[in-house]
Design a protein around this ligand. Structure first.
Ligand SMILES: [Zn+2]
Length: 56
């Protein structure tokens, strides 16, 4: 169920492709193959603190 996020280098569009898909990642907007994998960003500290405070 995991997917990888890509970002088109040509039009800047971000999109996700399922791991199951074996074909080359292609931009759904301009159909360019010039895409880069987006690195998953860690949760910001303020958001972690907020979620901790809200539980319990
Ligand atoms: Zn594009």
């Amino acid at each position: 169920m995991f997917g990888k996020e890509y970002e088109c280098k040509d039009c800047g569009r971000a999109f996700r492709i399922d791991e199951d898909e074996r074909r080359e990642p292609k931009c759904p907007g301009c159909e360019s193959g010039n895409v880069a994998i987006r690195v998953a960003q860690p949760l910001p500290p303020w958001l972690v603190l907020k979620s901790k405070a809200g539980s319990g």
